[in-house]
Write a protein that binds this ligand. Sequence first.
Ligand code: ADP
Ligand code: MG
Length: 487
Amino acid sequence: MSTGPLIRGYEVVIGLETHAQLSTASKIFSGASTAFGAAPNTQACAVDLALPGTLPVMNRAAVDRAIRLGLAVGAKVAPLSIFARKNYFYPDLPKGYQISQYETPVVQGGSVSFLLGDERKTVNLTRAHLEEDAGKSLHESYHDEHGQPCSGIDLNRAGTPLLEIVTEPDMRSAAEAVEYAKALHALVMWLGICDGNMQEGSFRCDANVSVRCPGAPFGTRREIKNLNSFRNMAQAIDFEINWQIDQIEDGLAIQQATVLFNPDTGETRSMRTKEDAHDYRYFPDPDLPPLVIAPEWIEAVRASLPELPAAMAQRFQAADGLPLYDAAMMTQSLPLARFYEAARDACGQPKLVANWLMGEVSKRLNAEGKTIEHSPVSARTLAALIGRIGDGTISHNAARQVFDALWDGQAAEVDAVIEAKGLKQMDDSGALEAIVDEVVAANPKSVDEYRAGKDKAFNALVGQVMKASRGKANPAQVNELLKKRLG
Ligand code: ADP
Ligand code: MG
């Protein structure tokens, strides 16, 4: 395998474990709701509370979503997989074990591809397995009914379905890990299996990081837990890499450990030495039969899959002539791809649509923290605007003013804004010729310079004409008329 970029002479090795909360209405083994933000403990039923005599029942919708992911990443969907008990004690885990999958997960292998700069990268997946989330312990700023500080347990999240997606140790930099995570994040939302809300914890990553001298065997890894933003992920991994290199340079060995990232200090800190699998006493859960997935089920899910982002990007390159980068950008989310296609169909100018979406539209969306679904300018309106540039009615500059007016809700229709702001380019060549004559008469120096072979002087004259027309002249027409006039 080729060596990745070196940091202080060391090669970095990263594997990611991602917990994607599956977007089911009810929990993975009970009928309680998974809706976010309810009052504590109002969405935990007898099964979630582990009351005696209760039994788990597999939620079919969670399996459906696991199959969707498996097919989308080209993995093997196991015809038979096993639920296992992962035993540990914690107050927010009333059963004393988490139901997960261990030796035989539902999704095996597969890969995720993405662009890192202009390079195509592929990260192999080890597996993806179904499991339940634990509850939540509230320690800080939590008080009992007498106002005394205490710890609280909220079991609303207990039993929420998770798909844990594990990669091979294939990544070689923080930037690559972030691009992988972004691609996976985009994919689970594209597939409609996870809402991707990182603030609410619907998509969180653990990063396993180690460093080694180039060519040496893998170093000992430390696992950074619960990274809930891409920015935190980049910062945490970079800090961790330098911390590990410092240790090694000081002659100290890296201890396998689980660490936490503190966004306030930008540092990672050891939480506990890492437990090994045998500490969990995994064994098959006798309350749940093996999960059997018949070929018909897999085929039904396959038939319901949308066109995948990679295939769509290829189509945009081949059929629309978009560059690789633009095609990747247009397939960052399904709503964006749909917007692009609608605008492209309406104006027939794929590259211009992509330019506007990557330029003005995304600038305004980012500034306002919005996504394309909430764009105040519709695909049809953007197409109409692009059409008015194409037919010479307005210049690019004027189009940006029209766009801003549409976005800010000053008017709904492109032509109405052009009219109201008087942005129409001059199509009266007589009037334009008069301006050209005036400018030529008023700038004898530039005219002489032009005739002496100075191109700059010509551009200055074009600028003068544009100014005199208050930006409404068509630059191409100005060029043509000036050339003719100057002989
Ligand atoms: P565990 O069972 O302790 O979770 P795994 O073998 O399942 O350990 O690996 C967990 C994650 O750590 C995987 O994403 C894997 O790619 C990654 N990983 C394993 N070894 C290393 C290493 N030496 N450096 C970085 N990441 C690693
Ligand atoms: Mg693991």
